[in-house]
Structures are given as structure tokens and as C-alpha cells.
Design a protein around this ligand. Structure first.
Ligand SMILES: *Cc1c(COP(=O)(O)O)cnc(C)c1O
Length: 387
């Protein structure tokens, strides 16, 4: 059994203040828990902050991605290209429709989908490309959209780790055809559970809005006679509730501050680890190519991989929380491995990142002074274990 004691410097901790608590209480004190005005307000807030023409709130990022593929009508016989190095939700969202996720390996410098391998994965069955801004580092979307345009493919951005990710002035989620976001507690902002879809096409936005709520033809507010509606489409119950939306509207106002603190923490920690040999740090770009600084991803040199459990144990023992993004490439998870017959060595770069990574915290719950402690803990762990 492992101890449940939280480390002094945890990998992530949601920051929920008085304003969030008051906003949730206000909802609880009122008559409307679901289907109300707050989800609409949060959609407008998030659209304004990102610069999106349309934002649709949903119950999670997984729901967001599944809803988009479902809405586009994908099913058995269709293929969607996804990165091997991602959260399993990216692939599950495709798999749930009956379509086939086609995995592409990562490129070693950023962990993002290797764009030099993208075109070779396209077949006559390919309908879409889904990219993930891995740990918030932007994908070179102009290359993705150029290839997608030539082949007539839809482009989704899985932006679960990409709030604050921008490229040439555009926020992540606005460079392709749809962007899907997560407000799960460890992400850049939280609504406990929750998600958002950004799209540019108003027709798609309208269809997504209806299909997230049973496929009814008019929303609660649009009904002239209460209880009167028709069902014109197949749909889910993937709505965000009013408690979540109320939290979200407050959290959006704090995003600029949260992101500035992540940036300062990342810079401090990267500087503190610069002299440690045997570790490489995946870059977090700044400027026209802007990272969201989800975490600092340290990756062990290939000859040190066997030492990772001991190194992580030593870092944790010093009171520093860590994570692993992600523990295995998705096609190496048992479900996909067995279903599609993948074998060791199929995704060498994603496998190296998975087996070598130690993800370190830079979240706004920590300060630059904490980063000095984390750098010292990592330096000492490497010295003690590797020598
Ligand atoms: C967290 C995460 C998801 C899933 O988000 P939920 O809101 O929990 O469904 C999907 N994709 C990536 C890349 C993630 O990191």
C-alpha cells in the first residue's frame, strides 16, 4: 500500500477561492441547476478569452471529442489519425463511434505528433486528423491544415493541456476545425469536471449544441410552451451543469494570472535543472509559438530508464509530487494492443517519452522559491541514484 499523504509540493492542486465558492452557492440557492443561463455565460466568457466565434460547454473533454466525431457521422470503416503519445481519451473518442484510430508516433523534440509521418498514415478511409498540443507545446498547425486541406480532412485539436497555447496569435482550438478543452481538476483551470468545444462553423456549432442535449430542436429558453419540443437528431446528455459553469466563469478571470505564474515557475525550474546530466527537458516555447506550460517534462537519457522508479521515489521522498505523461503510448495500453495487435517497438519515440519521463509541477499553486526546492530534490535524486 502506498501512503495517501499528499506531498508538500504536489504535482497539481486546484485553486478554488471565495469567488468560486460564492458562485456555486448562488446556483444552489436558486432554482436552476441545469439548462440555465450560467452555461451560456461561461461559453461567452471562454469564447471571449480565447477569441473563438462559437463555444459549446460540455461535461468533459472526452465528451467534447466524442460529440464532435458523432456529429460528423463517423462510424465503422472510417479512420481518424491520432497521436500515439496522448491521453487514452483522444483515441477512445474515435473508438466509441466505431471508427478506427490510426496512431502516429511522436517526434522526440516536443512529444507532439511527428508531422513527417502524417501523410503516410492517410488512406482512402481517413476522415480526420486529431492532434494534441502535448503538455501545451503548440503543434505546427499550418502544416497540419495544409496536409488536411489537400486530402479534404477535418482537423480537431485536443486542447486538454493547451489553455494559453497560441501560435502566430491564434489560440489553440482555433487553428483547425474544432478544439476540445478539459476543466478536470489538474488542468489549467477547473470546473471539477467539464469541457468546451470551440468551432468556427455556425452550422456545426448549432448541431453540436442540439446533440449534446438529446437532439431536441429547441433549448429550454427557446420553448414558448414549457415541455414542448421535438427531437430531430440522435443525441447525448453531455451538458455542463450550472454549478460547473458558475465556477468556470470565475476561473476564466484568473487565467492570465495562472498562466503568468506557470511561465515564471517553468523558467525557474528549467534554470535549476540546466546543469543536471542524464535529463533532457522538453521545451516550452515563448512568443509567437506559445506554450501553456502544463508541466516541466524531464526525460531520462535512454541508458537511465531502468533507474526511473528509484529516481521518482527519491524525488517524492523529498516532498515533491510528480506525474508521468503518459504512462504508456495509447496503442501500448492493453485494450488497443490486443484489439489491433500492436507490438513492442511499434512507436519507439512515444515509448521512450513514456518510459523516460518524469513530469514535474509548475502550476500556480507553487512559487518560484518552490521551484528551487524541486530542482534541488531532482538534482539530489539523480546524484544518489545515478551517481
Ligand atoms: C485530460 C485529458 C483528456 C481528458 O479530459 P477529460 O475532461 O477528463 O475528459 C483528453 N486529452 C488529453 C490530452 C488530456 O490530457
Amino acid at each position: 500500500m502506498t501512503s495517501a499523504t499528499a506531498p508538500a509540493l504536489p504535482f497539481a492542486r486546484p485553486i478554488i477561492g471565495k469567488a468560486e465558492k460564492q458562485a456555486v452557492l448562488d446556483v444552489l440557492n436558486g432554482p436552476i441547476l441545469v439548462h440555465g443561463p450560467r452555461a451560456k455565460v461561461f461559453e461567452a466568457d471562454f469564447a471571449r478569452w480565447t477569441g473563438a466565434p462559437h463555444a459549446i460547454s460540455v461535461s468533459s473533454c472526452t465528451a467534447a471529442m466524442h460529440l464532435v466525431w458523432f456529429c460528423l457521422g463517423y462510424g465503422p470503416g472510417d479512420e481518424v489519425i491520432v497521436p500515439a503519445q496522448t491521453h487514452t481519451a483522444t483515441a477512445h473518442a474515435v473508438e466509441l463511434t466505431g471508427a478506427t484510430p490510426v496512431f502516429v508516433d511522436a517526434e522526440p523534440h516536443t512529444g507532439n505528433l511527428d508531422l513527417t509521418r502524417l501523410e503516410a498514415a492517410i488512406t482512402p478511409r481517413t476522415r480526420a486528423i486529431c492532434v494534441v498540443h502535448f503538455l501545451g507545446e503548440p503543434v505546427a498547425m499550418e502544416r497540419v491544415t495544409e496536409i488536411a486541406g489537400r486530402h479534404g480532412l477535418f482537423v480537431m485539436e485536443d486542447c486538454a493541456l493547451a489553455i494559453g497555447t497560441r501560435r502566430n496569435g491564434l489560440h489553440a482550438g482555433l487553428m483547425g476545425d474544432a478544439g476540445c478543452f478539459s476543466f478536470y481538476p489538474v488542468k489549467h483551470m477547473t470546473t471539477a469536471e467539464g469541457g468546451m468545444i470551440l468551432v468556427k462553423d455556425p452550422v456545426l456549432a448549432d448541431k453540436l449544441t442540439r446533440q449534446k442535449a438529446f437532439g431536441v430542436d429547441r433549448s429550454h429558453g427557446e420553448r414558448t410552451v414549457p415541455g414542448s419540443y421535438d427531437v430531430t437528431l440522435l443525441g447525448f446528455n453531455y451538458r455542463m451543469n450550472e454549478l460547473e459553469a458558475a465556477m468556470g466563469s470565475v476561473q476564466v478571470t484568473r487565467l492570465d494570472d495562472f498562466l503568468a505564474r506557470r511561465r515564471d515557475n517553468f523558467a525557474a525550474l528549467a534554470a535549476g535543472l540546466a546543469q543536471v546530466s542524464g535529463l533532457s527537458v522538453l521545451p516550452a516555447s515563448q512568443g509567437a509559438n506559445q506554450s501553456s506550460y502544463y508541466c516541466l517534462q524531464a526525460v531520462l537519457a535512454p541508458e537511465l530508464l531502468a533507474h526511473r522508479p528509484a529516481i521518482i521515489a527519491a524525488i517524492n521522498a523529498a516532498g515533491v509530487g510528480t506525474s508521468i505523461y503518459y504512462p504508456r503510448p495509447v496503442p501500448m495500453m492493453s485494450y488497443y494492443r490486443q484489439k489491433y495487435g500492436f507490438t513492442d517497438g511499434d512507436f519507439p519515440v512515444a515509448s521512450w517519452i513514456s518510459s523516460g519521463s518524469i513530469s514535474l509541477p509548475v502550476g500556480p499553486h507553487l512559487s518560484p522559491a518552490d521551484m528551487d526546492r524541486i530542482a534541488a530534490a531532482v538534482t539530489e535524486a539523480m546524484r544518489a541514484v545515478v551517481g
